[in-house]
Design a protein around this ligand. Sequence first.
Ligand SMILES: [Zn+2]
Length: 348
Amino acid sequence: MPSGDVYDAIPKVELHCHVEGTVQPSTVVELARKNGRQLRSEDPTELYRYSSLNSFLEIFWLVQELLNDRDDWARAAYESIVDATPHGLRYREMFFTPARHLAAGQNLAEIVAGLSEGIERAEMETGARCALICDIDRAYGGAAGLELAERLADLRRAGLAERVIGLGMDSTERGIDPREFADAFRLGGSVGLRLTSHAGEDTGPDNIATALDTLGIERIDHGLAILEDEALTRRVAEERIPLNVCPNSNIVIANRYESLEQHPFRRMRQAGLLATLNTDDPAMTDLDLGKEYRTVARALGMAWSEIEEVALDGVEATWLDEGEKRSFRAQFERELAEIRPPDATAVV
Ligand SMILES: [Zn+2]
């Protein structure tokens, strides 16, 4: 049983979390020293403060630049899981976005090997499990996206990327047409990678519809704008296309809402959408999975029973096979029964 409160004890899947965004400020300071980089501040409260998605991305990119070799990647992956398990993490499909590193001369095989080593060590220590999703960075354009997909496809064929089960896309949304990345996603799909993309975080519902129609994605990361389009909402609900939503991130990073109370997460679920809860970049936003569940439940007035459904929907939204989903679901149901408060219809 985790040491925190009942929200930490909820068994959880996480499908929208960037390994670079899990690097704790203390680790950032150590990596900067190791790599001879001067930080604008060694005070974490100063370091991780943003006014928009783009100002967040500047810091995110700085942290990315501090991941220089295989050991750095292994450390980041290991710590990300060890930090999350006390807050209920049981299984994660975690993003990494190597565009910046590849442009600086790092090797994708080394990055994947480092991440895989760190994950393996954390899995043995914690019992949680983790797979990887390689994200295209939209800011680098369609040609870089295709090149990344090609390198990843080569690694898979060589049996060197077994932990990488998906191809995704993140970073700047405004002014970038998802269609630029159609070839990269087609290639990813052809070598058996599952497909997802950030969409509608910082833009309108057209961005989500275009990503669905031209990239063949099976999940949507964020997708906040979806409720602005009724027909699209119906379609995504009927097809059970998961939306991996990160409410606290949308306040702190995208600054899309002033407060959690205004966030559409609960309305998305009431509209029949399979919307899951995730932390996005927890270390950069002073967040963990327990806090994400707790703050969202209380701000949106979600009863305990609704929160149990969120946890179970997380399992449905994974890319695990049906047998594994069944066994996670049974495990989650057992654990939820043990911690269920006397009145599950109330907000806890
Ligand atoms: Zn994200």
